[in-house]
Design a protein. Sequence first.
Length: 447
Amino acid sequence: MKISVIGCGYLGAVHAATLASMGHDVVGIDTDAEKVGHLARGFAPFFEPGLEDLLADGRAARRLVFSTDMSLTADCDVHFLCVGTPQSKTSDVADLTYLESAAREVGRLAKPGAAVVGKSTVPVGTVQKVREWLGGADVELAWNPEFLRQGTAVKDSLVPDRLVYGVEEAYEGQGTVRILDEVYAPLLHAGVPRIVCSFATAELIKSAANAYLATKLSYVNAMAELCDAAGADVTQLTAAMGLDPRIGQRYLAAGLGFGGGCLPKDIRSFRAQARGLAVDSVDEWMGLVDSINVGQRERVADLAAELCGGSLAGRRVAVLGAAFKPDTDDIRDSPALDVSLRLAAAGAHVVVTDPRAINNAWMRFPQLQFEPSPAGALDGAELVLLLTEWAEYRALDPVAAGALVRRPVILDARNALDPAAWRAAGWDYSGLGTGLRTQPVDNLQLG
Ligand SMILES: NC(=O)c1ccc[n+]([C@@H]2O[C@H](COP(=O)([O-])OP(=O)(O)OC[C@H]3O[C@@H](n4cnc5c(N)ncnc54)[C@H](O)[C@@H]3O)[C@@H](O)[C@H]2O)c1
Ligand SMILES: O=c1ccn([C@@H]2O[C@H](COP(=O)(O)OP(=O)(O)O[C@H]3O[C@H](CO)[C@@H](O)[C@H](O)[C@H]3O)[C@@H](O)[C@H]2O)c(=O)[nH]1
């Protein structure tokens, strides 16, 4: 099939390359000429493991091109809408202006009978607006939300947990269901489950899944606070909880909390949707999830001050990690940078290192110093914060690190290090929710 992918960011570039690997002829379109320039030469414009190999394969097979020229999409059988839907600058709602402009362009150019398939994350009811924006074009419409995670996006796209088709009317073997089955034939053949549902259900599946993931994280982070207050250890608590298969071990890592271009803005959009639909419980629930999450950032900044004797003014603080999670260069709503900025605002001299994200961060945050190597960041530090748990930070040698710093004090806000090994090397080590900075439980006033 000939397929267009409109919007080639973290989602669309991976989707385009994956479709080409399935044997389709793909044209990726983006309004960002620099991004397109990279992709057209076979380079990923951002760090995503495995993406460059997939881009190279697509180019070599002559099945993958990138351009800013929408007219190249005119003869496509399917158009995937993958543009951003960020949080509005003035409220919780999702900003749909990129989607509107992409849909209007596709509506103007698409050939009769083509399918337009949305992948962007949208509030419930958006598909009806997209239908209007398509301006009466003779096209089929479907919504096919995406669940990939950055850092494992290629694997998640090649072996997804499920495919969701939101369609007008679910006729097996007809209309958009048939078209999507043809697009995803190799995945369906491999046994990937597919759910065919209404537009509203498809829109809500995506929002509800992210809201559940965010809920799980804020829940464990609330438990971490409780553990600190009670002198218990959240890492043992979650390990034991997770052995119950109804709970499971994944997505239970307590720490600094969630960030990125998806969960924070999606739970806020979900709140706004719930308010619009007068479902107060979801609004309040998501509000609590958000405030616990933001509270973790405050908590880490407060602990950092405590570890510096109450004041951060003039202290040299080394921050390990700038990306919102390991294995990506994405700094959108990065908890690590949020904490770094709080410390800088409190007068600390903050030196941040990250294996991949420094280029994205240094121009935007002149109040922070960036160092390419962990050794450069650790040099002379009076406090070390581990804020993004890259594998190379997990593997740091505490003895060698201790020789670089001025004071061997570390706050491991991702509970990623081995506390015993760091303490044995002479460090004052603290985790989050590991109960080590509190009075013993016997001294607590209970009841
Ligand atoms: N990043 C993820 O892991 C992920 C996963 C699942 C779903 N999503 C959803 O996918 C959507 C895209 O997210 P992203 O992270 O890729 O965002 P992104 O900002 O990385 O990419 C969006 C791209 O769209 C381009 N664009 C904007 N308007 C355009 C237009 N009219 N025509 C062509 N290109 C246009 C931008 O230049 C940008 O490159 C969002 O709705 C997001 O919530 C993202
Ligand atoms: O146990 C955990 C797992 C994750 N995180 C944090 O949670 C955030 C989000 O992580 P993750 O979900 O792995 O990354 P994303 O790439 O943002 O993916 C989420 O958002 C995407 C966009 O909607 C969805 O497609 C994915 O299914 C959903 O997992 C990051 O800041 C992580 O550090 C934790 O704190 N503890």
